[in-house]
Design a protein around this ligand. Structure first.
Ligand code: AMP
Length: 187
């Protein structure tokens, strides 16, 4: 199964993605993790990405598309992949659809985890204290939320129109949400 995890920053995509990956035996791939690794290694891609990431802006599609192509071409992605943090724009969604179609597969489900903004900010404050991410400062986080609403949230309608959208409330305990996720996916 190829599953897209959609939802605002702090909605629990990472946590639920890791659980779901274990359950399905499919790799979870996060473009955010890959980009952070590229920044840490100081690669040309990382250098380009850093200025956007630190501000809370999306890295431009032309920088990210090559990364997505590489991820979907990996042998371990052949049986299905959990996409955490991509696609993030309509252009990326179209690219993912085309790359999967070339391999004779498709997006099976887009899982949207719904959490309201007040709760997201509270969670971000907890995560900032734990992980010290540069983009978890209050201002950067607010911008990331705005960017999500403007550039990524339209994917909810995109996948709904294609009959792929599964909406799950992202509040409750981790186990409660995981149960709701499995139910929505029918697994
Ligand atoms: P994340 O860990 O998924 O929240 O991503 C952290 C940051 O990495 C985002 O705020 C963006 O700057 C960048 N990023 C991650 N994935 C993408 C993507 N698919 N397209 C553009 N930027 C991305």
């Amino acid at each position: 199964m190829n599953i897209i995890l959609l939802g605002p920053p702090g909605c629990g995509k990472g946590t639920q993605g890791a659980l779901l990956a274990k359950e399905l035996g499919a790799p979870r791939v996060s473009t955010g993790d890959l980009l952070r690794a590229a920044v840490k290694d100081g690669t040309p891609l990382g250098k380009k990405a850093k200025e956007y990431m630190d501000k809370g802006l999306l890295v431009p599609d032309e920088v990210v598309l090559g990364l997505i192509e590489e991820v979907l071409a990996r042998p371990e992605a052949r049986k299905g992949v959990l996409m955490d943090g991509f696609p993030r724009t309509t252009k990326q969604a179209e690219a993912v659809g085309e790359l999967l179609a070339k391999r004779g597969t498709q997006v099976d489900a887009a899982l949207s985890l719904e959490v309201d903004d007040g709760e997201l900010v509270r969670r971000m404050e907890g995560r900032a204290a734990e992980q010290g991410r540069a983009d978890d400062t209050p201002d950067a986080f607010k911008l990331r939320l705005k960017v999500y609403r403007e550039q990524t949230a339209p994917l909810i309608a995109y996948y709904r129109e294609r009959g792929k959208l599964k909406e799950v409330a992202g509040t409750g305990t981790v186990e409660e949400i995981a149960r709701a996720v499995r139910k929505a996916l029918g697994i």
